[in-house]
Write a protein that binds this ligand. Structure first.
Ligand code: COA
Length: 178
């Protein structure tokens, strides 16, 4: 399938326990210290404050994203995509969904942590208005790497709504190199 066609095939649905074997396989591929099944299960049980979604192509899980909401703040807890599907906007699609869920649940500002070396993810986050605000020294214990703390402010504003609309429009235009 052409990569541009693949973009149109991606659907985003709430994460269920049945998705976890596939989610865990991706988790193990992309992180040096993957989340355990227990962490995913406890996150899924916190139904009031957590919003986890998977991206699927023909029912195969190709990525996932988690959002934690507390008193007007949203925290992206995890976003990952199967490396076989990198670069076809799966993460962009998942983040659009997370911001839409955030706006619907009263989030004003969004935050996340990202490895200092993860320029690929940082570039993605800049597009969603995230700016670096601080550093957590040696946050990632396996290699003592720093985390950059990023915030995206006023996501409930009309201006941010317009930004999100533009990102969504670029997805439906299929702006992907084949
Ligand atoms: C970071 C990650 C989630 C991005 O997923 P993705 O689905 O490939 O991202 P998208 O296709 O939506 O791409 C968004 C942007 O990422 C960047 N990107 C995509 N492919 C890239 C590549 N091959 N090289 C460098 N940057 C790239 C670009 O900025 C891209 O936008 P553009 O193609 O319009 O320029 C994915 O690489 C991943 O799972 N990495 C491992 C886990 C991880 O680091 N998660 C983030 C933790 S904070």
């Amino acid at each position: 399938m052409k990569r541009s066609a693949l973009v149109a095939e991606v659907t985003v649905v709430p994460m269920k326990k049945r998705h976890l074997p596939q989610v865990m396989r991706i988790e193990a591929k992309v992180y040096p210290r993957p989340w355990s099944l227990g962490i995913f299960l406890s996150e899924l049980n916190l139904t009031e404050s957590r919003h986890y979604y998977v991206a699927q192509v023909s029912r195969k899980v190709v990525g996932y994203c988690g959002l934690m909401v507390a008193v007007g703040e949203g925290h992206i807890t995890n976003v990952a995509v199967d490396p076989e599907f990198w670069g076809v906007k799966v993460a962009t699609r998942l983040l659009v969904n997370a911001f839409e869920v955030g706006r619907k649940t009263g989030v004003k500002d969004m935050t996340l942590e990202v490895r200092a070396s993860n320029s690929r993810a940082q570039k993605l986050y800049f597009r969603f208005g995230f700016v670096p605000i601080g550093v957590r020294k040696a946050y990632y214990q396996e290699n003592n790497e720093d985390a950059i703390v990023m915030w995206s402010y006023n996501i409930d504003s009309p201006a941010f709504g317009a930004k999100l609309f533009e990102i969504k429009r670029s997805l439906s235009d299929g702006e992907i190199d084949d």
